[in-house]
Design a protein around this ligand. Structure first.
Ligand SMILES: Cc1cc2nc3c(=O)[nH]c(=O)nc-3n(C[C@H](O)[C@H](O)[C@H](O)COP(=O)(O)OP(=O)(O)OC[C@H]3O[C@@H](n4cnc5c(N)ncnc54)[C@H](O)[C@@H]3O)c2cc1C
Length: 308
């Protein structure tokens, strides 16, 4: 990929584990990735997901402001320690670290931890990046409030901007438990929210933006903004990202034009990365027309080559 200027992000994608030894293993893998990535231009970021480092139920209890018992408090202290170790390693090795976002009913606890890490390590540039899911209607306000705190405390924001991967689950849970859905009312509202978050970040210098999307139009809009604002195509504050195996036409064309592009490359024991792979498969069937479009582009290219 790198011969075509497409960077890689190694993503240890094991999910749904509940044992401390597994969390330590995920930490170990992420540290190895940071170490492997340092001074390698082809690997610009490391990544981990919050529930890779601790039990979902702990994040959920804290998000719901419920008290932890003594065993849980001990486990949570370990989670905090893992964040500290990995963010310090990212800082020491100068490898920016993306942290994925997950379900809304556990996310506040992760946000809180990540903000502490930004405060500590993002004093000169964005080393720790959180993820904002713009299918949630409350996230733009979250970003603006975070920005106020960042200015007060003197830290720099780094954000991966995505639409969000848990829509059905979010809506079902809200309906089942009788609270308002955290998801935007329709796709258009999500799209508007997504564009607004990107514009907000781009209009405030110094923040780092990572646009994670397979939507061609969304990517085009960022290119347009880059041009209108007179920003260099390869400005180090702006990155584009797609998942490996998806939307190669977007990644490789952006890279050919000189933009910063990377692909998440999932790895792990097959049975342990199944939840991740299933989410992608569902996405590929539910995302209107995307797979068909990719397939038709491939057919078109095959025909073009046949005629050569
Ligand atoms: C590099 C990268 C990193 C990612 N990291 C994360 C992460 O950390 N956390 C995470 O949750 N996801 C993550 N994703 C997945 C992402 O959130 C999307 O699920 C996926 O990219 C599809 O959105 P899109 O912008 O590519 O495509 P589009 O086809 O434009 O959008 C599809 C998305 O729009 C939203 N949507 C669809 N229909 C509706 C509707 N009726 N009402 C409201 N909203 C709707 C949903 O979010 C759906 O997934 C990542 C994706 C990439 C490429």
């Amino acid at each position: 990929m790198y011969t075509k200027n497409v960077h890689a992000i190694l993503d240890y994608s094991v999910e749904g584990k509940e044992e401390e030894a597994q969390f330590d293993l995920a930490l170990e893998k992420t540290l190895q990735n940071i170490n492997f990535a340092k001074e390698k231009q082809s690997i610009p970021f490391a990544v981990f997901k919050p529930t890779g480092f601790g039990k979902f139920s702990l994040y959920q209890k804290i998000t719901e402001s419920k008290a932890l018992n003594s065993k849980e408090s001990g486990e949570w202290a370990k989670v905090k320690e893992r964040y500290n170790i990995v963010c310090k390693a990212a800082y020491d090795n100068d490898v920016p670290l993306l942290i994925d976002a997950e379900e809304s009913w556990m996310q506040d606890a992760a946000d809180e931890l990540i903000e502490r890490m930004m405060e500590k390590y993002n004093t000169k540039k964005a080393i720790v990046l959180n993820t904002l899911q713009l299918y949630r209607w409350d996230r733009l306000d979250y970003l603006k409030n975070l920005h106020i705190r960042a200015k007060e405390k003197g830290f720099i924001i780094g954000m991966k901007i995505v639409r969000g991967a848990y829509m059905e689950k979010e809506r079902e849970r809200a309906e089942r438990n009788g609270y308002p859905s955290p998801i935007c009312k329709d796709k258009q509202a999500t799209d508007t929210n997504f564009d607004a978050a990107i514009a907000y970040i781009m209009n405030h210098k110094n923040m780092t933006l990572y646009v994670g999307s397979h939507n061609e139009l969304s990517n085009y809009k960022v290119l347009q903004l880059i041009e209108e604002m007179g920003i260099a195509k390869n400005d180090k504050h702006i990155w584009f990202g797609q998942l490996y195996g998806m939307s190669a036409h977007i990644s490789f064309n952006l890279a050919a034009e000189g933009y910063n592009v990377s692909k998440y490359m999932p790895y792990g024991a097959v049975r342990d990365v199944m939840p991740y792979l299933i989410r992608r498969a569902e996405e590929n069937t539910s995302v209107a027309g995307q797979t068909n479009r990719e397939l038709s582009l491939l057919k078109k290219e095959r025909n073009r080559r046949k005629k050569l």
